[in-house]
Design a protein around this ligand. Structure first.
Ligand code: DGJ
Length: 379
């Protein structure tokens, strides 16, 4: 009898849904698996950027449908623990006005948000391509908000640095740069390195595709982008209010074919993860280091450690951001996208801990892991 009563109590408990929230809570990361938000829907924030504000993590990303064109805009999620994410809605919406550059159906990728302490505004930058024009425009877009989750007010999208030479490219270099007339020539790479595309786009402004932002300890912010037909990265200092690029910019790894840059800083050194150039298909990851954001960057090769296949595909993913973990010393998460170009909404997220050997970052695969991996609390 007592047993029967016990069973009935348990059943009533289960029917009332007690303990349900506890069960649904994620307590670890599962790279490449579906990742339900707090309402049970797979997180829709691809090519993501992360902002830590008020002890909360905010995840901004591309809201994707089956194809990758922007039908909705930038979605934002919030989390206190990095495992459980609450959908906070659409931070930046595309619009139905055909006179707006932000028209529904445009391409809006890799949104990143930073907070400006002087203006108290949240500033979002993103890669933007106009509707029905493929990837030909290569613009960077900017939007601002008073509240972290938005709504973000769209300001504009543009090419960058029209008529301005990079700090590490002299007038003499410009003179010597030879334009590319035959795309198939052997010397193409040499010409790219010498500044062929920079010269070609000098008047109209430099291309800007895959991009990220980085705010340094002194609050100086940088815009890092794939330019020159994705052959060369440009790093530009942002203005004090973070809403425009200044004339201070450099060419980085010319001819290196880097996409998907993601930057973090450890012990005064700046590290940049990036990928090669193969569209939605994964390729071997890359790593570069510099002592100065606006200084010389040195390639360190592939940061992935594992099987040949894992190393050749960056664990079937492409970098998007490096998330610093709150309360942990030198704890960083490599956040990447596992694209699914047949059904973009099903794209997965590959998050792996950044590890260090002789102070050089590397990444290896874990089927699942949690933040206790970083067992050193911040002093
Ligand atoms: C690779 C980029 O990293 C993505 O953001 C996207 O632009 C695809 N290429 C498009 O092919």
């Amino acid at each position: 009898m007592l047993r029967k009563i016990g069973v009935i109590i348990v059943l009533i408990f289960l029917l009332l849904g007690c303990g349900e929230t506890e069960e649904k809570k994620h307590i670890s990361f599962h790279p490449g698996a579906l990742w339900p938000d707090t309402e049970g829907n797979h997180i829709n924030a691809h090519g993501g950027g992360f902002l830590i504000y008020d002890d909360t993590y905010y995840w901004f990303g591309e809201h994707k449908g089956i194809n990758s064109r922007a039908q909705v805009g930038v979605r934002v999620y919030a989390s206190k623990d990095l495992y459980n994410w609450e959908n906070k809605g659409v931070a930046l919406s595309v619009v139905d006005d055909e006179n707006s550059k932000l028209q529904r159906g445009c391409i809006l990728e890799r949104p990143k948000v930073i907070f400006n302490k002087k203006t108290n505004k949240f500033v979002m930058w993103f890669h933007h391509e106009l509707k029905d024009q493929g990837y030909s425009n290569a613009l960077t877009g900017v939007a601002i908000a008073d509240k972290v989750t938005g709504p973000y007010e769209y300001l504009d999208s543009f090419r960058i640095h029209a008529g301005v030479l990079p700090l590490n490219f002299s007038e003499d270099d410009f003179e010597k740069a030879e334009l590319i007339t035959d795309e198939n020539t052997e010397e193409r790479k040499e010409k790219v390195i010498s500044g062929a595309y920079l010269k070609r786009d000098f008047e109209v402004g430099q291309m800007s595709r895959d991009m990220t932002l980085f705010v340094d300890e002194d609050e100086t912010a940088y815009h890092i982008t794939a330019s020159e037909e994705n052959r060369t990265l440009l790093i530009s200092k942002l203005s004090d209010d973070y809403t425009s690029v200044t004339d201070e910019y450099i060419r980085v790894l010319p001819g290196g074919r880097n996409e998907a840059p993601a930057i973090f800083k450890k012990n005064g050194k700046y590290f940049m993860f990036s990928s090669g150039l193969t569209g939605w298909k994964p390729n071997p990851g890359k790593l570069a280091v510099s002592d100065d954001m606006m200084g010389h960057w040195t390639s360190l090769g592939n940061p992935c450690v594992g099987t040949e296949e894992e190393m050749n595909t960056t664990f079937w993913s492409q970098s998007t951001y490096v998330i610093p973990v709150l309360g942990k010393e030198d704890a960083f998460i490599f956040a990447a996208d596992r694209w699914n170009p047949k059904n973009h909404i099903d794209g997965r997220y590959v998050w792996l801990p950044v590890q260090f050997k002789n102070d050089i970052p590397y990444i290896e695969w874990f089927d699942s892991w949690n933040l206790s991996f970083f067992n050193h609390d911040k002093k």
